[in-house]
Design a binder for this molecule. Structure first.
Ligand SMILES: *Cc1c(COP(=O)(O)O)cnc(C)c1O
Length: 353
């Protein structure tokens, strides 16, 4: 830290992104990206985007119209951002602050970072022993609530009826539902945004829509909430989504059939991987996402991570005490998962020698 660094940030512990090694070096099952490249015309659209000497459209009008059409909401109930991480940051800036935030103790790691960064005090509500959320813990909290649904890294889903109860019991606070993984098997809270003025749903193109590298996310909520987020957006970076990404995003939304097919394939491969892991003695949560969360009674979590890495397979291991025996393994292609399962079997056999 230099002696010039703003004292307000001196204790900030930044988020640690998953490793991004050079292409081809590893089988990458550590950051929940899609194993499928976007269709060629999506990349073409980015290439042919508005001339780069001009600024991108600060209103993101075309992309917003298309999103509004797909999700059956009004245009002014949608905001487009530089990844859903930015939507979440804007939500912390707009709806955080003194009254504070609340989220699970085991959830997306960025929430604590954004809370600290925006000087939002927070409570971490422990998940139950089986990693499920107890909705009763969230009734009448008096804080801005962040719920990843399905949750990461557990993969578990909270039924929409429970989300609605939480929303209803906190009428004077915002409930942000982070639906990064909902396309792989959850039920979206987007319909609730028409019924309640205190629900904000954040979505991303990074996981189900094969565009992690383009950095594109959107949020849907009551128009007043979206206006607040735009106040933050236009006070920081009105051109937060570049022309190439806007064009690629729009092209990707013309391929909803491909997105659905990819999600189905990932869900099938996930169930296959889960079954094979269970046959080898792992316990695997009932994930509705594009990753599995697994623990083995005779294999230390960190050791498994390291053994896989030595064999050129990357998964995500977390140091947190409650889950340090687990690993989060992104569901890749069937071939990638077969290789992962074969290597896992080898590691287990070696241990038993
Ligand atoms: C991946 C992820 C995000 C971030 O998505 P980006 O659009 O890539 O910024 C947000 N929330 C959760 C729970 C995620 O897993």
């Amino acid at each position: 830290m230099s002696r010039f660094f703003n004292a307000a940030y001196k204790d900030l512990i930044p988020y640690t992104p998953g490793e991004q090694p050079k292409e081809g070096e590893y089988i990458k099952l550590n950051t929940n990206e899609s194993p499928f490249a976007p269709p060629e015309d999506v990349t073409e659209a980015a290439k042919n985007a508005r001339t780069l000497n001009l600024y991108s459209d600060p209103l993101c009008a075309d992309l917003i119209s298309k999103i509004a059409e797909i999700y059956d909401v009004e245009n002014d109930c949608v905001i487009v951002n530089n990844g859903s991480d930015e939507s979440l940051l804007f939500a912390f800036e707009a709806f955080g602050g003194e009254s504070g935030a609340a989220f699970a103790d085991l959830t997306y790691g960025f929430y604590t970072v954004f809370a600290d960064f925006t000087h939002t005090p927070y409570v971490e509500i422990p998940l139950k022993d089986d990693f499920t959320i107890d909705p009763d813990d969230y009734t009448g909290l008096g804080k801005t609530i962040f719920i990843a649904n399905p949750n990461a890294p557990t993969g578990l889903v909270l039924p929409l009826s429970e989300i609605e109860k939480i929303v209803k019991s906190n009428p004077d606070n915002i409930v942000v539902v982070d639906e990064a993984y909902v396309d792989f098997g959850g039920e979206s809270a987007i319909p609730l945004t028409k019924k309640y003025d205190n629900v904000l749903v954040t979505r991303t193109f990074s996981k189900s829509r094969s565009m992690a590298g383009a950095r594109l996310g959107f949020a849907i909520g009551n128009r007043e909430l979206i206006r607040d987020l735009n106040t933050i957006r236009f006070s920081t970076n009105p051109y937060n989504v570049d022309s190439m990404t806007l064009a690629a995003g729009l092209a990707m939304l013309n391929h909803e059939d491909i997105t659905k097919k990819n999600c189905r394939e990932i869900a099938e491969t996930r169930e296959y991987t889960k079954k094979r892991l269970e046959e080898m003695g792992f316990s695997v949560t009932d994930s509705r996402t594009n990753f599995v969360f697994a623990v083995h009674p005779e294999l230390e979590g960190e050791e498994f991570y390291k053994e896989l890495k030595e064999r050129k397979i990357l998964v995500r291991h977390f140091g947190n005490e409650r889950i340090c025996q687990y690993n989060r393994i992104t569901v890749g292609t069937r071939e990638q998962m077969d290789r992962f399962l074969e290597v896992t079997k080898e590691i287990l056999l070696e241990k038993q020698k």
